[in-house]
Design a protein around this ligand. Structure first.
Ligand SMILES: Nc1nc2c(ncn2[C@@H]2O[C@H](COP(=O)(O)OP(=O)(O)OP(=O)(O)O)[C@@H](O)[C@H]2O)c(=O)[nH]1
Ligand SMILES: [Mg+2]
Length: 199
């Protein structure tokens, strides 16, 4: 195991990180860059070409077989995709004592799959933490979808943090948005390492 201090490795021995949708997976990818590796990880995306995280500790699952360019934008996640995701999530988190779920709300993929992951985690008896990202206010439709999805999701969490992308606005006036995202995810990594997000 590399890149993790001992206390962290001990605390997260029986944990699984689950990243759903673009934001969830990006966050996991950035956590790994700052050393949060070696924890069983599941990344779920719509398409295989949106799964950038690789490692022995990572299971990648694409809901569809097509490439991302081959289906029109905003086709809802189907019941079959949800059922397949549920099965895969159950397989990967089996026996986990803790599940930490990462999702950016408002898009199609993460918003559909996060509640499924939450239900499975609770059914498996795991403690469930969530890192939830709210879209920018300018993403109006996504904000509406996020507001609708948030209460039910948060209700299932034993612990959660909510990060609003609008709070990054001050930062990215001074830097590229990718740097602001990375700084935010470094904060999340530090919170996880310090045991400030459940466990
Ligand atoms: N902080 C942060 N926010 C992100 C990142 N990527 C996306 N977001 C935010 O998360 C929201 C949801 O986007 P995605 O995670 O791409 O949505 P998705 O679940 O992949 O759903 P679809 O793209 O519709 O399939 C966006 O509206 C952005 O506001 C990221 O890397 N960091
Ligand atoms: Mg996306």
């Amino acid at each position: 195991m590399t890149g993790i201090d001992r206390k962290f490795a001990h605390d997260y021995k029986d944990a699984v990180f689950v990243g759903v949708g673009g934001c969830g997976i990006n966050t996991i990818s950035r956590l790994r860059k700052v050393g949060l590796k070696g924890i069983r990880t599941l990344c779920i995306s719509r398409f295989e070409d949106d799964l950038p995280v690789n490692g022995e500790d990572v299971v990648n699952f694409a809901l569809l077989e097509q490439k991302s360019a081959t289906i029109p934008y905003r086709v809802p996640v189907s019941a079959e995709e949800c059922a397949n995701a549920e099965k895969r999530i159950r397989e990967v988190i089996k026996g986990a004592k803790k599940v930490l779920l990462f999702v950016g709300l408002g898009g199609l993929t993460g918003t559909a799959i996060a509640p499924i992951a939450a239900v499975v985690a609770k059914a498996e008896g795991a403690t469930l933490g969530m890192v939830i990202t709210y879209p920018f206010k300018v993403e109006k439709r996504r904000c509406e979808a996020a507001e609708k999805a948030y209460p039910k999701l948060q209700e299932m969490a034993d612990d959660f943090i909510l990060k609003r992308n609008d709070d990054l606005a001050r930062m990215f006036r001074e830097m590229p948005i990718s740097d602001a995202f990375a700084l935010r995810d470094k904060e999340i990594a530090d919170m996880i390492k310090a045991g400030e997000i459940y466990g």
